[in-house]
Ligand binder design. Sequence first.
Ligand SMILES: NC(=O)c1ccc[n+]([C@@H]2O[C@H](COP(=O)([O-])OP(=O)(O)OC[C@H]3O[C@@H](n4cnc5c(N)ncnc54)[C@H](O)[C@@H]3O)[C@@H](O)[C@H]2O)c1
Ligand SMILES: [Zn+2]
Length: 359
Amino acid sequence: MKTIDIELPANGYPVYLGRGLLRSGDVWERHLGDGKVLVVSNETVGPLYLDALLSALGNRDVEIHVIPDGEQYKTVETWQGIIDRLVGMQARRDAGIVALGGGVVGDICGFAAASYMRGIRFLQAPTTLLAQVDASVGGKTGVNHVRGKNLVGAFHQPATVVIDSASLDTLQGREFNAGMAEVVKYGAISDPGFFDWLEEKADAITARDPQAIDYLIERSVRNKAEVVRQDEREAGVRALLNFGHSFGHAIESETAYSAFLHGEAVAIGMVTAARLSETRGICEAGAASRLSALLEKFDLPVSIPAELDIGGLADALALDKKAVASGLRLILLNAIGDAVVDSESTADQILEAMNDSRA
Ligand SMILES: NC(=O)c1ccc[n+]([C@@H]2O[C@H](COP(=O)([O-])OP(=O)(O)OC[C@H]3O[C@@H](n4cnc5c(N)ncnc54)[C@H](O)[C@@H]3O)[C@@H](O)[C@H]2O)c1
Ligand SMILES: [Zn+2]
């Protein structure tokens, strides 16, 4: 088992990583406290991993709450169901919620834990690659509103994150690859050595070599931990994690969230942002094609579909909530492994990069 410490001024916590950790009574015992426990999972993950987790929780006072599977259920209604459940079981301030599932389960549970009695203990058991390398660490929680993703939420750090990498064995290939987009992102924004390693080990990773997988999870979590340590509330450097995300969100919203998984849209977005960085002359030529080649090894899309209207994407970009009045704020690359926040791109340059990225 590996332990990665998330260092924060007030509320640091350990992330544990290893195969089979869901069954480890010891790690749960260390962080559960004495109160009642509500384990929340969904209809897909529950049948696969609830038994393993429950066997580790021993004789505790545990209740189970299963929510439907899907981003469309990341809503205030699902949050309300969890709150009702906590009220029904007379959970007090010493209670805890364990989130067993992907980023959707984690985000909703985190928000329920942040808001119930102004904040109770929250433990993450992420089961998708995306949740293991990104969503479960850092304390962003929330639900969607019909008018926008993650519009309602709070910062609430977990008490611990327990990553059982063996749970990825049942994850569908497409979901796994979407998580790889966020992994590649860490290399691209701040860890050039990791980017090299990913290029070297791409075949082992696609073959799901357990050692390679554990290493890439660990290195990704360390990258995220460092960013969160420097900037817990996204006042500065944490924004770099949005590399590829402005374009990605525009693509997701223009395709009604149905054509691409988040990581897939981010893959296209990162390549577009890298192209823009080259057009702007702030990045060495060739970075975009190197990035795109690596993403393609994980079967990720790297071009904006030809049928998508660039005008519509441009509108969606301007609506991005990360935009600021002075100009579109984007994360660009100086080089592979060195990202910057930048607001100097002209609309024409952005349009040109999007056109260059079309299939
Ligand atoms: N809080 C953050 O910092 C943060 C960061 C990134 C993303 N997110 C959020 O995370 C969500 C996306 O997370 P996701 O990609 O994990 O999606 P998800 O939670 O919808 O999971 C994807 C699919 O995989 C299934 N699944 C999960 N684990 C499985 C397993 N081990 N075996 C088989 N199937 C499994 C799920 O049931 C689901 O159908 C979005 O809502 C996004 O906004 C949050
Ligand atoms: Zn993302």
